[in-house]
Design a protein around this ligand. Structure first.
Ligand code: MSP
Length: 520
């Protein structure tokens, strides 16, 4: 059985409202997943929800609900959010799923049995809001605690610890030998810089159930539940294991069920935001290494969105509501904009004007206008019948196809769109250069007109395949207008010459209606 290309997103805190940052990460992961499928790979795409912890327990309590009922209500909103983004995920994990919890327990038992945990007392300052112990380094210069920590309490507590520190030199060496493990490079350097300059403390993996009951109980000490990251990170591994993947079951000492046909672990990409880099690039590989499990290939780290140069924040009202944008402009326009605007790495800035400008210039006047002109002229001058094949733009289109493919394979969806728009712009320019509306008036230019029209509709057909991972519905609309059989989701359709002479195309329908450019 062939291993599937396995991509994950971070799992979102169930009690946070879905926002642009969540939408971006999911759309980018979806684009990578769809591109790989188009290129012939079999894919497993996982996303989901992180449901345990103090804040959820507290919020449920405040509402007079059980934490499970509270999570179940919120999970409905999240799953409709995911649907609105048009994701092609293969599974949706909730950390309250029995299948997840079962594997977390098996993993904890295994690491306990192999001597990776110990129990110890700790005295320290604890931020209830951030669910974390603070160190002296977290104090302000005047000794006070920053308001970001909320109420800070001094606590003495016995807890379970994971011997994280033991693996520090192994991890440094691993990062040095595997440059693709953390991408982009500046994030890898950040992790290496941190590991080379600071001694890694052992990791507290538990909370007493008297303080936090909403978690997975430690199987070897029932007075405790797992600490949030030891639960959450494991989702990437628990779902393959629960579905019977032998590569995830073997390190747990469990045999694969008879007839098991799933092979996904190790993950090819964990797509995450920059704020959770340390958990993914330090804790997670060490947990897997201690378990004797293969490591994910790449932790791919994206930046954070702001709006109008300021942090997204519900309390200040500085928000972008992805569902409102999708409602007004359409899902594909939203997906296009976020992918085109922000490559994986830097931080991004949403402006409503920026969105409108890209919509009008790149979608309405760019791709939309190209298709509209091509189909319109073919209908007008040739009754919608494709003339004999011509190769005037073939070499340029083929080079663009190759460039776009390379970007998708390099997990660079923004680069893929930039490459594809070379063909959009080239073909639109070709209309200006050849002036088919003039050629149509001169019967002596009939052959040239045939050739121009062929090159235009064929470019549109190929563009549908190139943009399909980002704008699946648009790609299908282009294929439908051209009345071509075959799937725009199959990269093989991007070879020049797919339109046969005599093929009848449909009527033109605008892809992206133009909208008023004036700021609202
Ligand atoms: N539950 C943890 C992740 C556990 S993964 C095993 C968590 N959840 S979160 O809801 O706070 O964030 C989910 C993802 O959204 C993270 O990758 C985070 O970086 C991303 N984003 C949250 N706000 C963001 C922006 N403003 N911009 C881009 N992405 C952002 O962390």
């Amino acid at each position: 059985m062939d291993k599937r290309f396995y991509i994950t997103t971070a799992i979102d805190y169930v009690n946070g409202a879905p926002h642009l940052g969540h939408a971006y990460e999911k759309v980018v992961a979806d684009v990578i997943a769809r591109a790989r499928r188009s290129l012939g790979q079999s894919v497993f795409f996982l996303t989901g929800l992180d449901e345990h912890g103090q804040k959820v327990q507290q919020a449920a309590h405040d509402l007079g609900q059980s934490p499970q009922a509270y999570c179940d209500d919120l999970a409905v909103q999240w799953s409709s959010f995911v649907q609105s983004l048009g994701l092609s995920h293969d599974d949706f994990v909730r950390t309250t799923d029995a299948r997840h919890q079962h594997i977390v327990v098996a993993l904890l038992n295994r690491l306990h049995a192999t001597g990776h945990f110990y129990k110890s007392a700790y005295r320290g300052f604890y931020s209830v809001k951030e669910e974390t112990f603070l160190t002296e380094k977290d104090r302000n210069p005047d000794g006070s605690w920053d308001p970001q920590w909320g109420v800070v309490q001094e606590l003495v507590e016995e807890n379970w610890y994971f011997k994280l520190g033991e693996h520090q030199s192994w991890l440094v060496e691993y990062l040095e030998k595997n440059p693709e493990f953390v991408q982009p490079t500046n994030r890898r350097n950040e992790v290496l810089g941190f590991l080379r300059s600071q001694k890694l403390e052992d990791l507290c993996i538990s909370r007493p159930s008297s303080r936090l009951s909403w978690g997975i109980p430690l199987p070897f000490d029932p007075g405790y539940v797992t600490y949030v990251w030891f639960d959450a990170l494991v989702n990437y591994f628990s779902i393959p294991a629960a579905l019977g993947d032998p590569a995830a079951l073997a390190p747990l000492g469990s045999p694969a069920p008879a007839g098991s046909s799933l092979s996904v672990w190790p993950a090819d990409i964990h797509l995450i935001g920059k704020d959770i880099l340390k958990f993914h690039a330090v804790y997670w590989p060490i947990m897997l290494h201690a378990l004797g499990a293969p490591l994910p290939k790449t932790i791919l780290v994206h930046g954070w969105w702001q709006k109008d140069g300021a942090k997204l924040s519900k309390s200040t009202g500085n928000v972008v509501d992805p569902l409102a944008i999708i409602g007004e402009w359409g899902l594909d326009a939203f997906r296009y904009y976020v992918v085109r605007e922000l490559g994986i790495g830097p931080d991004g800035n949403w402006t409503d004007d920026g969105f409108r400008v890209r919509y009008n210039s790149e979608l309405a006047n760019g791709l939309g206008n190209l298709l509209n002109r091509a189909v319109n002229m073919l209908n007008k001058y040739r009754a919608g019948v494709v003339p004999s094949p011509s190769r005037t733009l073939a070499a340029e289109a083929t080079a663009v196809v190759e460039k776009t493919r390379a970007c998708y394979l390099a997990n660079d969806p923004q680069g893929a769109l930039i490459a594809a728009w070379e063909l959009v712009n080239r073909a639109n320019l070709f209309v200006e250069e050849t002036k088919p509306f003039h050629l149509a008036k001169d019967p002596a230019q009939s052959e040239l007109l045939d050739s121009v029209l062929y090159n235009l509709v064929e470019s549109c057909r190929i563009l549908a395949v190139l943009v399909q991972p980002v704008m699946p519905a648009t790609a299908d609309k282009i294929f439908a207008q051209l009345k071509v059989c075959g799937e725009a989701s199959d990269w093989k359709q991007s070879a020049w010459g797919g339109l046969a002479q005599g093929h009848q195309v449909g009527a033109p329908i605008p892809l992206f209606p133009r909208k008023d450019l004036a700021p609202k």
